[in-house]
Ligand binder design. Structure first.
Ligand code: PMP
Length: 415
């Protein structure tokens, strides 16, 4: 018996991996999808598939209406002022590249500075590095405090009238702590800087209100929030998006194309959505948001986080990165005397999906002077029994007790 009511919505939870019942602790990489999201995605292909915004037929009108409905669902979910401020992209990575390329190459000069932190995902580092190389602007890096949060004093000390954009994570994919994004945004605004928030890890864990935060851009991927892969969101304030030139060009993002008089561009949000988008993915994303809304008290408040923290703290060999219990279910740690790859192979053989390595955060690994770590990231459909199995297996691994490992997974299989 599993102790979690949300679990029944996720068909993959009954899967076997390497002959064992799957324990999916890799939710920070991507979450699993509830039946309603899978069904809506299938329904699009089996009943309403057509290209959006173009054709003059009923099926296309239905697909377009559903696609635009998703935009409004996301608008209301993040509390954006209007739906033109919600741009669909392929993911967080593309959303950040869009801003770096369109806003950055147009507005940044060699006199300017961009501020990021030591704990950014590569997707929120490399586009700014490339931009600074291209423009001659300076990239500045803010350190973390001992809890793994952005150091507010250092952040403030790095701001000046030269700062034109700060880009930082709300929740890191390595450290499950929630940064004070409203406070950091207010500090950046005082020097007149724009603010981009990487909320890739946030949507599956907490509510977001872009007007209350007052950020200029906020980006996330639906696949990390029970939605389909290949759908990202870029929220941007309308007055800023309007001043930005197109990022990619082609069909749909134009108003008029003439071989003699050049091209004029479509209005927002279409100016930033060239070509055929991920129609089924965008439509099914609305269902993922509805799923979060319907179950937010289970999704946003997870007693399992402190349970896993206490369990890991009870094992001497485990070193959780940074002080204190994570705010959300993202745990990164090293284990004395054991290489991460051996741990990953052991858990994989036992049906437990973890992630090991640098987690696309090499500068953070360098900052911590480690070559990588193990990450167990849990979600609302995980159970206390799964945590117990994981911890018992870890103890068996540390004792080199293969007979005990077999016994632990046999118990998990009948639960
Ligand atoms: N930022 C953070 C904090 C992330 O966790 C991730 C995904 N691991 C990304 C950016 C990039 O997201 P995507 O791969 O969906 O574009």
């Amino acid at each position: 018996m599993q102790d979690n009511y949300l679990r029944q919505h996720f068909p993959i939870m009954s899967a076997k991996v390497n002959g064992k019942s799957l324990i999916y602790f890799d939710n920070a990489a991507t979450t699993q999808k509830p039946q309603s999201v899978i069904e809506l995605s299938n329904h699009v292909y089996s009943a309403i598939n057509a290209n959006v915004h173009r054709a003059a037929h009923a099926l296309a009108a239905t697909a377009t209406a559903k696609y635009e409905h998703s935009r409004r669902v996301i608008q209301s979910f993040i509390h954006a002022k209007n739906d033109e401020e919600v741009i669909f992209t392929s993911g967080t990575t593309e959303s950040i590249n869009l801003v770096a390329d369109s806003w950055g190459r147009h507005f940044l000069t060699s006199e300017d500075e961009v501020l990021i932190t030591h704990a950014e995902h590569h997707a929120n580092i490399v586009p700014w590095q490339q931009l600074c190389e291209h423009t001659g602007a300076t990239l500045k890096i803010v350190p973390l405090n001992k809890f793994g949060l952005i150091d507010v004093e250092a952040f403030q000390a790095n701001l000046s009238e030269k700062t034109k954009l700060v880009a930082f994570h709300h929740i890191s994919n390595v450290v499950g702590k929630v940064n004070p994004i409203k406070q950091l945004t207010a500090l950046a605004k005082k020097v007149g800087s724009l603010v981009l928030i990487d909320a890739a890890q946030s949507v599956a864990h907490c509510e977001l209100n872009v007007q209350d935060i007052d950020c200029d851009f906020l980006v996330f991927s639906m696949h990390k929030a029970f939605g389909p892969t290949g759908v990202g969101v870029l929220y941007g304030k309308k007055e800023i998006l309007e001043k930005m030139p197109p990022y990619k060009t082609g069909g749909e993002m134009i108003k008029r194309v003439s071989l003699t008089q050049g091209t004029t561009f479509n209005k927002l949000p279409f100016k930033f959505e060239p070509g055929t988008p991920n129609i089924a993915g965008v439509i099914a994303s609305a269902e993922a948001i509805e799923f979060i809304r319907d179950n937010c008290e289970h999704i946003y408040h997870q007693p399992l986080v402190s349970y896993l923290y206490d369990s890991l703290c009870s094992i001497d060999e485990v070193n959780i990165l940074f002080d204190g219990c994570p705010d959300v279910g993202i745990f990164s740690f090293t284990i004395n005397g054991h290489h991460q790859q051996d741990i990953a192979a052991f858990f994989d053989a036992n049906g437990i999906a973890l992630r090991v390595g640098h987690h696309c955060a090499m500068p953070l690994m360098e900052y911590l002077n480690i070559d990588g770590c193990i990450r167990a990231s849990i979600s609302a459909y995980n159970t206390r029994q799964e945590v117990d199995t994981f911890v018992r297996l870890l103890k068996a691994f540390l004792k080199h007790d293969s007979a005990l490992s077999e016994k632990v997974t046999a118990v998990q299989d009948v639960q």
